[in-house]
Design a protein around this ligand. Structure first.
Ligand SMILES: C[S@@+](CC[C@H](N)C(=O)[O-])C[C@H]1O[C@@H](n2cnc3c(N)ncnc32)[C@H](O)[C@@H]1O
Length: 255
């Protein structure tokens, strides 16, 4: 199931908040080259451009559909369709900013030092990633996928990967860094409407499972997930569903 900006942006406000919290801590005033890695629909790329109007801001993403939306959302920026792991910026960037994207890539032990090494001297790598693998929201996806008539079809299907610990990222980057700012936040997202958590998941972590199922099987799979999600995240009498969402932030500054 390809990335769909209209599904992803259903919860645009909630998804934007961590992007802004990351941006607020970027310790640069006049970067010239800024890269938004995994820029998605470009709404955050436009904010990078607004914060650093003197910079050349480039968005990089692997999804043509997301990039089409991004080009319209941030007309002053350049966009490149590329895989994050393979992307080599033509000029060393002063800022590599990446919000909610690197959790989709394997091999963080080599990926993080490689991204950091691409920075210009004095530059910064700013990263935010969900840290939800053990939360019911994600654990129930794995559970439902492994039971029921779809189990064989979903065997081996992986969603966003578990990220490393904060300490491991520190150890990977500290030897080369002038300093690292790292923190974790649990957002208590107050989601409105019916099936809010399932709709949230359809925009991101549930996509690989849905993509692997024939269309006629998807409603039953979603119903099984919904039944367990409703028990773990009940809708409150005021209609709100609370989704606690843990995220890791890190900003590493190049020497
Ligand atoms: C959850 S969205 C985040 C989008 C944006 N950064 C934001 O904050 O709204 C993740 C994005 O990462 C992109 N992505 C995931 N893995 C990728 C890869 N290996 N190479 C390029 N883009 C990738 C997806 O296409 C998607 O647009």
């Amino acid at each position: 199931m390809a990335w769909d900006p209209s599904v992803y942006l259903q919860f645009a406000d909630e998804r934007l908040r961590p992007a802004l919290d990351l941006l607020a801590r970027v310790p640069l005033s006049q970067p010239r080259q800024v890269i938004d890695l995994g820029c998605g629909a470009g709404n955050v790329t436009a904010l990078l451009h607004k914060r650093f109007p003197q910079a050349e801001v480039s968005g990089v993403d692997g999804s043509a559909t997301m990039l089409e939306k991004a080009r319209a959302a941030a007309p002053g920026c350049r966009f490149v369709e590329a895989d994050i792991g393979a992307y080599a910026p033509p000029v060393p960037p002063d800022l590599i900013y990446t919000n909610a994207a690197l959790q989709w890539l394997p091999g963080h032990e080599s990926l993080f030092p490689a991204l950091f090494a691409r920075l210009a001297p004095g530059g910064a790598l700013a990263v935010q990633m969900p840290n939800m693998t053990s939360a019911p929201y994600r654990a129930l996806q794995v559970e439902v996928a492994s039971e029921g008539p779809w189990a064989a079809l979903l065997d081996g299907i992986k969603s966003a990967l578990p990220i490393l610990s904060a300490e491991q990222y520190w150890d990977l980057l500290a030897p080369q860094a002038a300093g690292i700012d790292m923190w974790e936040t649990i957002y208590m997202h107050a989601l409105a409407g019916e099936d809010a958590v399932v709709r949230w998941a359809c925009g991101t972590s549930l996509r690989p499972y849905l993509a692997a199922l024939p269309e006629e099987m998807r409603p039953a799979f979603l119903a099984a997930y919904r039944a367990r999600i409703d028990a773990a995240y009940p809708r409150r009498p005021d209609g709100v569903t609370l989704l606690p969402f843990r995220r890791l932030f890190l900003i590493a500054r190049h020497k």
